[in-house]
Structure formats: structure tokens, C-alpha cells
Design a protein around this ligand. Structure first.
Ligand code: FES
Length: 70
């Protein structure tokens, strides 16, 4: 399945943003630095924020599950 294109200016899709998050990016600024998304017109920044926030919100739950099982 094709990934949603998030940043039209720099041709960055959601898959690339999620991949950067999995590698340790933890803010919209770090996504900008790693992928280049949101560094031109900035129109995609709210969408990047949304993806980052959704990812970070779910992450602690995963860690907690791991801790409870450990
Ligand atoms: S659409 Fe992302 S910087 Fe323009």
C-alpha cells in the first residue's frame, strides 16, 4: 500500500517520517532535520506535528507494556 505523501515540496511521505521516529526522532524539528519535510513552504507542518504527537503518545504505552511484562 502506498504511503500518504505528507510534504509535497520535499516529497516526503508518512512512511519516511515514521521511520525517522522509530530511529529516535522525537519532535517536528528533528523530523525536519532528518527528512527535510516542512523545510520549504511549511504548509505540511501541522500534519507532521500530528504524526509526531500520535507516535509519541503511543510510545510510552508500549514501554509500559514491556516493563510490566519484564
Ligand atoms: S509541503 Fe512541506 S514544506 Fe511545503
Amino acid at each position: 500500500m502506498a504511503s500518504r505523501l505528507v510534504c509535497l515540496c520535499n516529497f516526503v511521505d508518512e512512511k519516511e517520517i515514521l521511520s525517522a521516529l522509530k530511529k529516535g526522532a522525537n519532535s517536528t524539528t528533528s523530523i525536519q532535520q532528518i527528512t527535510g519535510a516542512g523545510t520549504s513552504c511549511g504548509r505540511c507542518l501541522p500534519v507532521i506535528d500530528e504524526i509526531v504527537n500520535a507516535y509519541l503518545k503511543e510510545k510510552p504505552k508500549d514501554q509500559q507494556t514491556t516493563l510490566n511484562l519484564g
